[in-house]
Design a binder for this molecule. Structure first.
Ligand SMILES: [Zn+2]
Length: 489
């Protein structure tokens, strides 16, 4: 009996890049067992050491979450589709708008605004009242990056009265491929200043509020409180869980989106009676198991599609029209040009929005996501020197003819951009099955772009008996300190 398991983009490196795999079996558990037997490397991504499915991996049979069927015992029949939906570095009743139209309670439109919004005004679903609701409405965009850029621009154009933006970054050349709120002359400026200028140029009727800060447990509730809708455009797990929990605690809907390579996700979390991000993913993946966009890349137009979906949902929530994406999880595959929709239920056992929540105030999200740096034990510098090497020291040892292998653990397409001469390429995902190609008697210098992936490779290789040092700062440090002629990315 053949069934299809759909493999999401972040896990495709472990299935020889296949996006779907045919498996047999009579239950979901048997099908997944076949899958992980066929693709050994997938196992640690799907199962914890105790053999249970990891909590940041959700499995759907067709469009139903198996947690609400018979979990891994759920029977399957020929032609069923099993989807693996990991968290990536995101038909409900109409939601009541936050600003109901009571006589005189909504702001009036002036003559300029009647002209500007005429294409909204002539639609019965929006009309003058809907436009006044938008004017009364407010949206806080977390981040002025890939998702925040198109979202904030469309929200401004649509006439949302007050738009807040939280960011603390500076515009970089590598942002311009997708962060369309910023232009080439903005490189080096604060993203907030650049976003504010652009929003004002699109629509001077919009009030823009900027918050040059990192979102934290200390400031989140205060920042979110004055807004009707929160638009999550974050690119990391601590901020995503923080945004979710703050939205649940305040009862604010969260127009959620996330992107990776060619695949995007969107939903509306934390709306009244709707599920939250933690109902879907109670816990984050361990650090490093899911690559970030900086490591894995992202198609430039992808955040355009997802950010505009988030803006659409925010506009629907503010005006109270249509069916919001509450209780539904949308997955978009740009390469196939295909949308899939999965049902999402509110989990009564959810730690933050469930019946007996254990999270009743904001927590330390860095620690929750396992990102708190470990305390330095014993002699710091000496200990780290044992395991690390600087680019200049590596250059000196290579010039001296020391016997060593530089192991580059990046992806082949990154290796094409720049490399250390003579280095051997084995991408991180392939190291567990290819390490035997390396000579155990020769010292290895592991290297990647900035030194994070190679640190993982080094840890792994040490468990296999290799002598390994990690190149501090990766190829970028090599270019800065040794060979400035190579391009950076
Ligand atoms: Zn929840």
């Amino acid at each position: 009996m053949a069934n299809r398991v759909l493999i999401p983009t972040p896990l495709r490196p472990f299935t020889d890049k296949q996006e779907s795999v045919e498996v047999g079996g009579s239950t979901v558990g048997e099908a997944l067992a076949q899958l992980t037997t066929q693709f050994e490397g997938l196992k640690r991504h799907l199962y914890a050491d105790d053999g249970r499915l990891r909590s940041f991996v959700n499995v759907y049979l067709n469009d139903e979450d198996i947690r609400y069927l018979q979990r891994e015992q759920t029977p399957i029949k020929a032609g069923d589709t099993i989807s693996i939906v990991p968290s990536v570095a995101g038909g409900a009743p109409t939601a009541a708008p936050p600003h109901p139209a009571r006589a005189g309670s909504l702001p009036e439109l002036d003559a300029d605004e009647f002209k500007r919004y005429s294409r909204h005004l002539i639609m019965p679903e929006v009309g003058v009242d809907g436009q006044r609701r938008l004017k009364a409405g407010s949206v806080l965009c977390i981040g002025a990056g890939g998702l925040g850029s198109p979202a904030a621009m469309y929200l401004a154009a649509a006439g949302v009265g007050r738009i807040g933006v939280v960011d603390f970054d500076v515009v970089d050349f590598s942002n311009l491929q997708r962060q369309i709120i910023h232009g080439t002359p903005d490189v080096g400026r604060s993203k907030l200043a650049s976003a504010q200028d652009r929003i004002r140029a699109i629509n001077p009727h919009v009030e823009v509020e900027t918050f040059e800060t990192a979102l934290s447990s200390e400031n989140a509730l205060k920042l979110f409180e004055p807004y009707d809708v929160i638009l999550d455009g974050t690119d990391n797990f601590p901020t995503r869980y923080l945004t979710n929990d703050a939205c649940v605690l305040l009862g604010k809907p969260n127009a959620y989106g996330s992107i990776f390579r060619f695949e995007g996700q969107a939903s509306v979390f934390a709306a009244k009676d709707g599920p939250c991000y933690r109902c879907l993913y109670p816990e984050p993946p361990p650090p490093g198991l899911v690559p970030s966009c900086a490591e894995g890349g992202v198609l430039g137009v992808l955040p355009g599609v997802i950010g505009v979906i988030q803006a659409t949902e925010a506009i629907k929530l503010l005006t109270g029209i249509g069916e919001p994406l509450i209780g539904r999880f949308l997955i978009y595959d740009a390469l196939k040009m295909r949308f899939r929709e999965l049902k999402l239920k509110k989990d009564p056992a959810c730690p933050v929005c469930g019946t007996n929540p254990t999270v009743t105030k904001l927590i330390d999200y860095e620690e929750f996501c396992g990102l708190r740096p470990e305390p330095v034990v014993a002699a710091g510098p000496a200990a780290s020197n044992e395991l690390e090497i600087t680019a200049t020291e590596l250059k000196r040892r290579l010039d001296a003819g020391d016997r060593l292998v530089v192991l580059d653990v990046r992806e082949p397409q990154e290796y094409r951009i720049n490399r250390i001469p003579g280095s051997v390429l084995i991408p991180l995902g392939e190291v567990p099955r290819r390490y035997a190609e390396l000579d155990e008697d020769v010292e290895i210098i592991a290297q990647c772009k900035v030194g994070q992936r190679s640190a993982k490779a080094a840890d792994f290789l040490r468990t296999k008996g290799f002598r390994v040092k990690n190149l501090k700062g990766g190829i970028l440090a090599w270019i800065d300190q040794v060979d400035p002629s190579q391009p950076k990315y």
